[in-house]
Design a protein around this ligand. Sequence first.
Ligand SMILES: Nc1ncnc2c1ncn2[C@@H]1O[C@H](COP(=O)(O)OP(=O)(O)OP(=O)(O)O)[C@@H](O)[C@H]1O
Ligand SMILES: [Mg+2]
Length: 475
Amino acid sequence: MKILLIEDEPEGVARLKEELTDVPVEFLIAEDADTALEILTQGPFDLAVCDLKIPESRLVPQPHTAHGLRAFDNIRARFPGVPVIIYSGFGSSAFGELGDRLSAAPQHDLFGEGATDHVIHRSKGDPEKLIDEIREFAAQLSRLDEIEITPGPSREYLTYYDRRLLRIYARQQQCSLVHVERLAGGRSGAVTVKLACESIDGPAGGAIVAKLNTYDEVQGERQRYKRYIGGLGATTFTPLMETLVAGAGDRAALFYALAQGFDTSLFDLLAQSDVDAATVVANLFEAVSAWREGAKSRAVELALIRRALLSDERVHDLPESSKALFDNVSNHQHVNVRWGTSHGDLHGGNVLVKDREIPVLIDYGRLGEMTASLDPITLELSAILHPDSPVDLNGWPNPDQAERWDDLDFYLDKCPTPAFVGACRTWTDAVARAPREMDATVLAYALRQLRFHEDIDPALPTALARGAVRRLQES
Ligand SMILES: Nc1ncnc2c1ncn2[C@@H]1O[C@H](COP(=O)(O)OP(=O)(O)OP(=O)(O)O)[C@@H](O)[C@H]1O
Ligand SMILES: [Mg+2]
């Protein structure tokens, strides 16, 4: 167990170390606020014990509670999932401010043994209490480590803290064994695994999908799920069963019910049968009708549409030739749109299919408010622009066709999946307010896919974007 100990009195440090010689603890010691901040850059730990009255730096040795509070605030900001024990003397002038921080801190079930306060205050007048608490913490961690994860080689792709999260989940289910199997995906930076937990009585609970990611990404996906999924019918999404955002350093996890029987992705189905894929698209259109009906007419800046898919920072990182596509179009021009809830990353791998016709949406990391045509346009274009698309396009579309995406007859010439493209286009036409919304959305998606220029041929997204820009200028 790794503990960040912020304490300027050497006797205090020595005493703690002495009392805890029989506990497997590694201390990272900071005697002042600047050193603590430096340690924070080196990565996460299991617990922070934070004195408040500490010096600002090695060079400015005068202690003050303001410096301890600064260290504390930085720990909370950088590693919100790490529990903190504030360990300070009585009579501190910082207690007013500290009280606010303590009451704002959440409760978490750190190690699957029940919820506790995430940030607590312990008095320096009672060091035994702190020592007992650290011992209890270490004991819980070692009970957690007894939970076995199989197969053993899963260590290669799961970090130490990822395995911790799976163990916390298993412990909540009173299980001692977790079987894991890695799933595809991962372009978002998440590691996704299928889980089956087992207790001494045998398999426990249903099969689960765990999505392991950074704290911020997990909180973002949880909030998006809570805010936007509710309006859809229960069979259109997979229920979120649990979220763990504490107790595992800088990692966190979402646990979804496994979509039973949804054994193919829409991408895979499209590679097998254009007509079946088109049926799934039509069914999906019906399944998300609540989102469509909630959409509102608006005029928004072109840049806002693009930003929903690609941040300004990411645009900055694009090759110069891609950035040049923008030269002839004003980011500030207004586009008439229908604006409403969208999945936001509806590529063919994020739709799973049962019985070759029933769809379910997965992957809620980009849900939000965008142009209503974003989802069908993403779905259609993902077959040609997503690096995971298994569809054999045989040279279709050529760059001329991509540039004239709006001319459907010309575009579909020699298309191997005309029914699928047609079904997506029917959806797009039904939801977009006007053609400029479609052009702005095609432009944004094509630019986003240019991020993958090492995995896909940039000629197609470039041609799609060029055509969209031309239409935006001319219309
Ligand atoms: N609830 C579920 N039931 C069954 N399989 C699932 C479920 N959730 C995810 N999967 C599988 O795990 C894969 C990865 O999940 P997900 O798409 O959420 O992760 P991701 O890393 O965000 O993917 P992407 O590459 O799209 O960004 C999916 O493509 C799918 O095969
Ligand atoms: Mg996905």
